[in-house]
Design a protein. Structure first.
Length: 189
């Protein structure tokens, strides 16, 4: 079954939203209002900022396995997902809010058959970098953790957690995705 996650930055005039739908072998990634692109796991891992943004979207999404059909503006029916959003790059809002992910249920989509063309991927990356050039996913993750635990020693806590859980994390990746993906991710650590 597909999983969906979303990262949303609220601005009064033009909010930014990126939605990831993970299938068994592919990702469908939509940067609103552009059309989605299809990437393999190897490709998304090779684009570091995009992969980090995917991890951030997983952290801020409440439930990656479900969406809710709701009426928006008293007329339009749309599927929504609950996520924490970044308010004008100042901080994450308390609690989860509903964010629209489309008129059709994205979890009912069938798995794509192939990856998008290189030209389409390059065009997407240009748009992605333009929209999220000021947003460092690692710094945003740190901000999210700070908001969650309200502790000034976040870096020390994350470093300790990283040291203690690297082995179990890598073991889980090796079991789920295989040796090739394990080696790629290990090279980033």
């Amino acid at each position: 079954m597909p999983e969906i996650s979303c990262f949303y930055i609220h601005f009064n005039r033009s909010p930014r939203q990126i939605t990831f739908i993970k299938f068994d072998n592919y990702f469908s990634i939509r940067l609103d209002p552009c059309k989605p692109i299809i990437l393999t796991l190897d490709t998304i891992i090779s684009i570091r900022n995009l992969f980090e943004m995917y991890i951030l979207s997983l952290l801020v999404t409440e439930d990656t396995k479900s969406v809710v059909l709701m009426t928006e503006f008293k007329v339009i029916k749309t599927h929504m997902i609950r996520t924490k959003f970044l308010y004008k790059r100042r901080g994450f809002m308390d609690g989860y809010r509903y964010i629209s992910v489309g008129k059709r249920n994205p979890l009912n989509k069938s798995e794509p058959k192939r990856e998008s063309s290189d030209k389409k991927i390059r065009k997407f990356i240009i748009n992605f970098n333009r929209e999220f050039n000021e947003d460092d996913p690692i710094a945003l993750m740190s901000m999210l953790v700070e908001d969650e635990i309200e502790d000034s020693n976040v870096n020390e806590i994350l470093t300790e957690y990283y040291k203690n859980n690297t082995i179990s994390l890598l073991t889980g990746i090796k079991k789920k995705f295989g040796r090739d993906i394990y080696d790629m991710i290990r090279s980033y650590l």
